[in-house]
Write a protein that binds this ligand. Structure first.
Ligand SMILES: *[C@@H]1O[C@H](CO)[C@@H](O)[C@H](O)[C@H]1NC(C)=O
Ligand SMILES: *[C@@H]1O[C@H](CO)[C@@H](O)[C@H](O)[C@H]1NC(C)=O
Ligand SMILES: *[C@@H]1O[C@H](CO)[C@@H](O)[C@H](O)[C@H]1NC(C)=O
Ligand SMILES: *[C@@H]1O[C@H](CO)[C@@H](O)[C@H](O)[C@H]1NC(C)=O
Length: 589
């Protein structure tokens, strides 16, 4: 292996940290195969050589490194979104909008002093090419709190949706602005959206703002979901102002003054089922065709954009990816809380974190939104809600399908429950550490869930502790104190029988060892999730400008599968503290 060290002049101006600007070239000459690869690392040690997924070749990005100053960074000057029509009316007042996908409208910056609460280092560095030090600069703070920035072209998206089962007409980005897109050094295109950034033509009765508590929850949860391996929008930054925002937190007539906050959210695309629905509903079929084709061309590279069956292929991918997403939510006990068609992404990523919650005691009827009295969006009903939404998508796409294709789309949708159960079973089989497949797996899974339900045992910690305990300890049925959730379950009469069946199933894999099983299970069963009490405790401190717990949670949830000292000291893997047993989720946000 040869090491060739070459200095680089072209990009040295981007680096302002005083370090030496060196590229390390590492050459391999494996003579047996006869190929040569060159690995180029940037000064942070990240590969500057990347895979171009469009062309399937390796290449160097124009911008090879992280940027150390906001001055050297800008949003992409032109973007594919420019193909889509914008409302000619540029005035910012609430109205019905027709024949367009976006309205052009600027964020309203805060009038008071703005404080940066947190940034996601991962989003800054790996999605936006920004060194973490940039996050601390004033220019960055200005940008993420809604002030004009190089290359930004703020837009609010027009969409509609079915809310709680009923067609709600025009909705749209009522307090969010898509400020532009950024193509990073890996060639990935990201859409940047501010949330809480002021009124738009779609604000309806709202003030366009978001309060601190809901913003802290969204910031922490969307990043946590990413680190749990679940497709989601990301959050780059969280700021708070002293601007007053009035909210009736529990819908009980008590208005309270709160502070306005803003998040910079990032996703590959923000289009929702409701984006297409509104066009179908209002008979704008040409625009419907254009938007569907736009989404297929730009976000579904596996579909040939000339294929007459492309819309059907698109629907079929959305159906299977949504099945997979909901199964993933279930695998970590996540209840989204507002599974409306306008809050469901066409790219099947988790978006719109509102009255979400992680289930603590296992309960299929767990409802995170305390005002959702009928329990429409209870955790155990999410797959049904998703299927309802996909059916609305199917109806919206019907004008683009011929009779035969419409029939096929119906069949595709009928496949949803099967896809969901398949994915659900796969995930829970892995959660139990079982390799291969066996007819009795589903029984083992469901009887473990039943045990949890009757013991009201903690969902997350039951799986985690099952991952940590040795089979010898489990088999002896005397569960040590530290495995408190398993202890709860072990008091059930059926527990010994379940343990026997479980151990028998594990022993079917002769190659497997207990150490391997535990390692495997600990990488899928998190030790830390964002419990309501944890979010609430961080919010209470943040209200008085103490952001330490936001930071601790951010750090903890960035490595949810690893036991961490500070998280343990904070009690994050313990039972919910007494003060928080009857906590209600704040719904108005
Ligand atoms: C990736 O490859 C495609 C097709 O060759 C090309 O058009 C595109 O510019 C490449 N992307 C980057 C970031 O180099
Ligand atoms: C479109 O799908 C129909 C039904 O499966 C099939 O008969 C037809 O050959 C497909 N068309 C193309 C171009 O693939
Ligand atoms: C769901 O979408 C609607 C319509 O845009 C919006 O009013 C609501 O706030 C969204 N829910 C969340 C949790 O963001
Ligand atoms: C909670 O549920 C109620 C009742 O269905 C609904 O009106 C409200 O909008 C929901 N809250 C949120 C934030 O979605």
């Amino acid at each position: 292996m040869n090491w060739i060290i070459a200095t680089n002049t072209k990009y040295s101006s981007m680096i302002q940290d005083g370090s030496i600007h060196i590229y390390f070239w590492v050459m391999f000459y494996p003579f047996c195969i006869g190929w040569k690869a060159t690995l180029l690392l940037d000064e942070g040690g990240s590969p500057a050589l990347y895979m171009n997924h469009t062309s399937g070749t390796w290449g160097f990005s124009e911008k090879r490194m992280k940027v150390y100053s906001v001055d050297q960074w800008s949003l992409s000057p032109d973007d594919v979104l420019d193909e889509l029509p914008i409302d000619p009316n540029r005035n910012n007042y609430v109205r019905r909008v027709h024949k367009c996908i976006f309205s052009c409208v600027s964020p309203t910056p805060f009038t008071s002093e703005v404080r940066l609460i947190a940034v996601s280092e991962d989003v800054l560095e790996n999605l936006l090419d920004l060194a973490v030090s940039v996050g601390a600069t004033d220019e960055f703070l200005q940008f993420v709190s809604g002030r004009d920035f190089t290359g930004w072209r703020p837009l609010a998206h027009r969409y509609g949706g079915h809310q709680f089962g009923v067609w709600a007409g025009q909705l749209g980005d009522g307090r969010a602005h898509l400020v532009g897109t950024y193509i990073n050094r890996f060639g990935e295109r990201w859409e940047l959206q501010l949330k809480g950034s002021g009124r738009t033509p779609y604000s309806r009765d709202g003030d366009g703002r978001a309060v601190l508590r809901s913003s802290v929850r969204e910031f922490l949860c969307s990043e946590a979901m990413h680190h749990l391996g679940i497709p989601t929008s990301r959050a780059a930054s969280l700021v708070v102002s002293d601007d007053a925002v009035w909210r009736d937190q529990f819908y009980n007539g008590n208005l309270r003054k709160e502070r306005g906050a803003m998040i910079l959210r990032v996703a590959k695309s923000w289009f929702r089922i409701g984006s297409l629905e509104i066009l179908a509903r209002s008979g704008e079929f040409e625009l419907l065709r254009n938007l569907a084709d736009f989404i297929i061309t730009n976000h579904f590279p596996s579909i040939n954009s000339k294929d007459p069956n492309r819309t059907l292929a698109f629907f079929s991918i959305v159906v299977s990816e949504t099945a997979s997403l909901v199964a993933l939510w279930m695998s970590v006990g996540f209840a989204h809380g507002v599974c409306n068609t306008d809050n469901f992404s066409l790219l099947s990523i988790t978006i719109d974190y509102g009255p979400f919650g992680f289930m603590e005691s296992y309960d299929a009827d767990y409802v995170p939104n305390t005002s959702d009295d009928e329990g429409r969006y209870r955790i155990g009903n999410q797959a049904n809600a998703a299927m309802f939404n996909l059916n609305k998508l199917r109806l919206a796409l019907n004008p683009l399908l011929d009779a035969r294709q419409q029939q096929l789309a119906t069949q595709v949708l009928e496949g949803f429950p099967g896809l969901y159960y398949q994915r659900f079973t796969e995930l829970f089989r892995s959660k139990l550490g079982m390799l291969g497949e066996n007819d009795l797996d589903l029984t083992l899974i469901s009887s473990f869930l039943d045990l949890m339900a009757s013991a009201k045992a903690d969902f997350t910690m039951s799986f985690r502790q099952l991952s940590e305990i040795s089979l010898d300890e489990l088999q002896s049925l005397t569960i040590p104190q530290e495995y408190w959730a398993l202890q709860d379950i072990s008091r059930q009469n059926n527990f010994p029988a379940w343990v026997d069946a479980y151990i028998l199933r594990l022993k079917r894999n002769l190659e497997d060892t207990d150490a391997k099983r535990r390692r495997r299970m600990m990488l899928i069963n998190p030790r830390y999730i964002l419990r309501n009490w944890m979010a609430e405790s961080a919010v209470r401190k943040a209200e008085s400008n103490d952001f330490s717990e936001v930071h601790l949670l951010q750090k903890t949830l960035g490595r949810p599968f690893h036991t961490q000292k500070m998280a343990e000291e904070a009690g994050y893997s313990q039972r919910t503290p007494a003060w928080a047993r009857h906590l209600k989720v704040s719904c108005s946000s």
